[in-house]
Design a protein around this ligand. Structure first.
Ligand code: PAF
Length: 284
C-alpha cells in the first residue's frame, strides 16, 4: 500500500491514475478501523480498479468539548488492516497540510444538518462536509463509500455532491453490526464491558420500532414511542434524541406515507453513540 501525506502528491497520483484509465473508489476514515470500515473498503475494491482510503482525524468536526484529543488512534494497526483488503493508496495528511494557516473557506449543507445530531453538535457537519469536499478534490474518486450508521452525515454529503456538482457517485453501505446487534463504531472502544451491555438497548429500541412498524403503525410518532419505551427503561443510558423523520430530507414528518428513518443518539457513561433504522411503507 502506498502511503501519501501531501495533498499535492495525492492529486498527482490520482490524475496519473485517471489518465491511464483507472477508476478510483474512495473510503474516507478517521482510523481505528473496524469491520464496518473494512466492509466499505471491500465494496469499493469491487467497484473500481484503484481503492484509495484516507486516515485523518479531522479537528474541524469536533467541538471544543468533544473527544478530538482522546479519539482512538492506531496507525500501524490501521495500515495492517487496510493491507488485508487490500487498499492501494492511503492518504494520511497532517492537520497543517489540510488546514494551512489562513484557511477560511467552509462547505455547509444547511437544512439537512438541522435537527438530530446537528442540534447537539454545533459546527460538526460543517466540519464534515468541508473536509470531505477537500478530500474529494484531493483524491479525485469516481466512487465514494459511506456507512449508513452516520445517516445524517450520509445525507449531508449526498446533498453537497448534488448542490456543488461533484463528479462522483456516493455509494451508501448498510450498517455493520456486532453479533449482538451493537452498531460498529470506533467509539465502542470507549465502552467498559458493563456499558457495552447497556448500549445494546439502542439496537433493541430500533427493533421495537421495527415491530411497531410491522404491526401496522401509521404515524412516525408511534415508531419513536416504541423505541423510547425501551431506552427509558435502561438504567445508566441518557437519551439525547429519538426521532422518526423523512428518510430523504430528515425533516419532521407525521404520517408514515414515505420512507422514514428512526434515529437515536444516547450517552452510555461518557460515550455518545448513534444508530438508526429505515422503514419504507412501500417495501412491505
Ligand atoms: O465518518 C467519518 O469517519 C468522518 O466523519 C469522515 C467522513 C471520515 C470525515 O472526517
Amino acid at each position: 500500500m502506498k502511503i501519501i501525506a501531501s495533498p499535492i502528491e495525492m492529486q498527482r497520483y490520482a490524475e496519473n491514475a485517471r489518465r491511464e484509465g483507472a477508476t478510483i473508489a474512495f473510503v474516507p476514515t478517521m482510523g481505528f478501523l473496524h469491520e464496518g470500515h473494512l466492509t466499505l473498503m471491500r465494496e469499493g475494491r469491487a467497484r473500481a480498479s484503484i481503492l484509495a482510503s484516507s486516515l485523518f482525524v479531522n479537528p474541524t468536526q469536533f467541538a471544543p468539548n468533544e473527544d478530538f484529543s482522546r479519539y482512538p488512534r492506531n496507525f500501524a494497526r490501521d495500515c495492517e488492516l487496510m493491507e488485508t483488503v487490500p487498499v492501494d493508496v492511503l492518504f494520511a495528511p497532517e492537520p497543517t497540510a489540510m488546514y494551512p494557516a489562513g484557511s477560511q473557506s467552509w462547505v455547509e449543507a444547511t437544512e439537512v444538518t438541522r435537527g438530530l445530531c446537528g442540534d447537539h453538535r454545533p459546527g460538526h457537519f460543517r466540519g464534515v462536509t468541508t473536509v470531505v469536499a477537500k478530500l474529494f478534490n484531493i483524491v479525485k474518486p469516481h466512487f465514494a463509500l459511506f456507512g449508513e450508521k452516520d445517516f445524517q452525515q450520509l445525507r449531508a454529503i449526498q446533498r453537497m455532491v448534488v448542490d456543488l456538482n461533484f463528479d462522483l457517485e456516493i455509494v451508501p453501505v448498510a450498517t455493520v453490526r456486532e453479533r449482538d446487534g451493537l452498531a460498529m463504531s470506533s467509539r465502542n472502544a470507549y465502552l467498559s464491558p458493563e456499558e457495552r451491555q447497556r448500549a445494546l438497548a439502542i439496537s433493541r429500541a430500533l427493533k421495537a420500532a421495527r415491530q411497531c412498524f410491522d404491526e401496522g403503525a401509521r404515524y412516525t410518532a408511534q415508531l419513536a414511542c416504541a423505541a423510547r419505551y425501551v431506552l427509558e427503561r435502561t438504567p445508566g443510558l441518557e437519551i439525547e434524541y429519538i426521532e422518526a423523520v423523512d428518510a430523504e430530507t430528515l425533516a419532521p414528518l407525521k404520517a408514515l406515507d414515505r420512507p422514514v428513518v428512526v434515529a437515536i443518539a444516547a450517552r452510555v457513561g461518557a460515550t455518545r453513540l448513534i444508530d438508526n433504522m429505515t422503514f419504507s411503507p412501500f417495501s412491505n
